[in-house]
Design a protein around this ligand. Structure first.
Ligand code: MOS
Length: 754
């Protein structure tokens, strides 16, 4: 795989005095990780540790009628076997969703089975081996009902909400009138499969109770929110729950939500009065810890004779479990991007006997934009327009204050720079017209990338000490994306220091709540809190200095002061100032503490649509005889506000583009129609791209100054790379072969017989 670092001009490393923002620092936890010094949850072995193994159901619907608890219990080393007959009690009913972000959970509340992989027992033993053998000896017996596993036998329903509490239907304009006024109508169905997060690190927990105090080592994307939820399940004050989550081997959304297995292990630790460790196996991650739900989407578009979109009707049937309601908000992908006189996005639910889906990297947008961007390509073709020309004609560009996406002005630059770098101008419009020297069919396709930039309420604390040292703290989560590195850079910038000059603490719930590491909003949310807490600390220092006749800053209160390399200086004369340490020492104060809570300015959130944007261009080569498809080039240009760390931002785009490649050509969980079980619940048969599948990647960072998104100008980059990429590859496959494939992943059998 060749990674192109040369194209970046807009986000050059900067060495601005007193700031680290903009510099391509390497990860602060990188050395710890590559040398094995970083410890993950399951690496913790407190004294008296007991080992739990979860037993998952092997049927998708029915009841457990018997388990050989006696045989399991007799096995040497077994401490306790938990089944519904001796299940731990919980202060919160696991069948009740816990607002605002709760899921119904399986906590051995009864003998029914609602999906394959559902926890039906937890075996705790002195060793992992004993617990594993005890689990095997249980040999559950089932009464089995027929599993509903697909569109044919699932139960359709009208959902109350999609995604996390979003409306199931959104519209503007008169759809019927807009279709009636259309010259051409393009309509097709698209489908996307179930996908599983497959974080490298499994869901694990080491739970330790000390009376009513609970300490959890676990990978967790939402520390404060999770503490509150555990407190309710176990009826203890929230301040009694501490989560340590210093390193995560990936999360992708699945570690932002509670799940049954981890809660059962915590309950076991309480009952047994011993610390308990549970780590799911790879196969056990295909069920009780969420996944990206299947969708069946229909896109109908009305077009005028000059190629303008008049109407968009995007429908999604989104699969969910038989007992809960997380629906992939796929149709909403059509809401923010293309201008049409009328638009309707609507969802239906489909109940299947599967574990409840949940948010997975770009939930809604990934599946929805896959369909949308292929449909846009088909619409362009129907109008006889080049796909780029068609998108330039139809994307919604507007001015600040218009209520339409301001940032879409940057989208034009993404289109233009991406196309330029890719060489899109050379593309023949007709399909199946390019071959390489080896006779492989070559195709070029594109897709638009878009992702919202939400912010979560977040808090941070900055302590400036009399010895000149500075400590910044927020309970942030770094699941591999580099958040801690970027957050420290933002904190340093606010203080006029370099990132290595501050001590940065994060990753534990006792620190100020940094909000959720999700929705591509973590850097903006926690970063703004850190920045504001730094400014608060500086204001307190300035207050002391400007009122002290012995300070060179005396009387500068109205003029203002600036932080410069550990000093406060006068705004009008930077040569006059003094060190933070001297200000505090003379005032006989050991420290000042700056604190901040932050969230987005609500007025701006109402006035402006807020999105990150991008354009992705793909080249594929297809073997005309064998149908083998390879992505050979991917170029993405992305605008996502201010770039704090170009190295990390580019990594996020690469990761997203590789994920998009995976979505387009590799990934799908396959359910056995007879048993309702995922047949490929391992990384051998659940395909994700390996290095040989990943093409030359180029991510162009388009500079964007968005004064409304937040005071630090930061948007999100974690999820957008998937959007656009999936459609770009599918469209390139069409361009190579003339075959329009409308389901994912695209496989050899879709191409054979060319
Ligand atoms: Mo993500 S699916 O917002 O962790």
């Amino acid at each position: 795989m060749s990674l192109d670092h040369s194209s970046d001009t807009s986000a050059r490393p900067t060495t601005r005095y007193g700031s680290n923002s903009g510099q391509p620092l390497t990860r602060r936890d990188g050395i710890l990780k590559v040398t094995g010094q970083a410890t993950y949850a399951a690496d913790n072995h407190p004294a008296q540790l007991a080992y739990a193994v979860m037993v998952g159901a092997t049927i998708a619907r029915g009841r457990v009628t018997a388990m050989d608890v006696e045989a399991a219990s007799r096995h040497p080393g077994i401490i306790e076997v938990f089944t519904p007959d001796n299940a731990p009690a919980f202060a919160h009913d696991p069948d009740e969703k816990m607002p605002p972000f709760g899921f119904r959970l399986e906590l051995l509340q009864n003998h029914s089975v609602r999906y394959a992989g559902q926890p039906i027992a937890l075996v705790v033993a002195e060793t992992l081996e004993a617990a594993t053998e005890g689990a095997r000896l249980l040999q559950p017996v089932y009464e089995t009902d027929e599993a509903r596993t697909g569109r044919d036998n699932g139960v359709q329903f009208d959902p109350q909400a999609v995604g996390v509490g979003g409306p199931p239907s959104t519209s503007h304009g008169d759809l019927d009138a807009a279709f009636a006024a259309s010259e051409t109508i393009v309509e097709a169905e698209y489908s996307t499969p179930a996908q599983y997060h497959n974080a490298m690190e499994p869901h694990a927990v080491v739970a330790e109770w000390n009376g009513d105090h609970l300490t959890l080592d676990m990978p967790n994307q939402a520390l404060a929110m999770s503490c509150a939820s555990y407190a309710r399940y176990f009826d203890v004050p929230v301040e009694n729950v501490v989560i340590r989550s210093p390193f995560l081997g990936g999360g992708f959304g699945s570690k932002a939500i509670l799940n049954g297995p981890q809660i059962l292990a915590i309950a076991a630790a309480r009952k047994l009065k011993r610390p308990v460790r549970l780590a799911l196996t790879r196969a056990q991650m295909y069920g009780p810890v969420g996944h990206r739900g299947q969708t069946w989407q229909t896109l109908r578009m009305g077009l005028s004779s000059d190629g303008r979109l008049k109407a968009i009707h995007h429908r999604s049937i989104s699969a969910t479990s038989s007992f809960d309601d997380f629906l992939e908000p796929a149709a909403n992908a059509s809401l923010p991007l293309y201008a049409a006189d009328a638009l309707l996005a609507e969802h239906k639910g489909l109940r299947l006997d599967i574990g409840t889906p949940g948010p997975m990297r770009a939930p809604g947008e990934a599946s929805g934009s896959a369909a949308l961007e292929v449909a846009i390509d088909e619409a362009a073709e129907a109008c006889g327009l080049d796909p780029l020309e068609f998108r330039l004609l139809n994307y919604a560009e507007s001015e600040p204050g218009s209520g339409r996406p301001f940032s879409s002005k940057a989208l034009r630059e993404c289109y233009e720079r991406g196309a330029e770098a890719f060489g899109w101008k050379q593309r023949p419009r007709a399909a199946r017209t390019m071959r390489d020297d080896n006779g492989l069919l070559v195709g070029w396709g594109m897709g638009t990338a878009v992702f919202p930039c939400p912010m979560f309420p977040a808090q941070a604390r900055t302590t400036v000490r009399a010895d000149g040292s500075v400590l910044v703290e927020t309970g942030g989560v770094d699941m591999g994306q580099g958040a801690w590195t970027a957050l420290a850079q933002i904190a340093a910038e606010a203080l006029g220091l370099e990132a290595h000059e501050i001590e940065f603490r994060s990753g534990v719930s006792t620190l100020p709540d940094a909000g959720v590491a999700g929705g591509s909003g973590h850097t903006a949310s926690a970063g703004l809190a850190l920045s504001n807490s730094g400014l608060d600390a500086l204001a307190k220092l300035a207050e002391i200095a400007t009122n002290d006749p012995d300070s060179p800053l005396f009387g500068a209160g109205n003029i203002g002061v600036l932080p410069r390399g550990g000093r406060l200086v006068r705004r009008d004369d930077e040569s006059r100032g003094e060190r933070f340490a001297d200000i505090l020492t003379r005032a006989k104060q050991s420290e000042v503490i700056g604190e901040a809570k932050s969230m987005r300015e609500p007025g701006n959130a109402e006035k402006f649509a807020m999105y990150s944007h991008g354009a992705v261009f793909a080249e594929v080569k297809v073997d005309p005889d064998l149908g083998q498809i390879r992505t050979t080039r991917l170029v993405g240009a992305f605008a996502a506000g201010r770039v704090i760390n170009p190295r990390l931002v580019r990594s996020q785009y690469y990761g997203g583009m590789i994920w998009g490649t995976s979505f387009a050509l590799h990934e799908a969980a396959l359910i056995d129609q007879r048993t309702g079980r995922v047949m490929n619940a391992d990384l051998a048969e659940y395909h994700v791209p390996v290095n040989a599948d990943v093409p030359s990647l180029e991510a162009i960072l388009v500079a964007e100054d968005d004064p409304y998104v937040n005071a630090i100008g930061v948007k999100g980059v974690g999820e957008i790379g998937i959007t656009g990429t999936v459609g770009a590859i599918a469209n390139a496959v069409w361009h190579a072969t003339g075959r329009r494939v409308r389901h994912f992943p695209i496989h050899i059998e879709d191409i054979l017989g060319l």
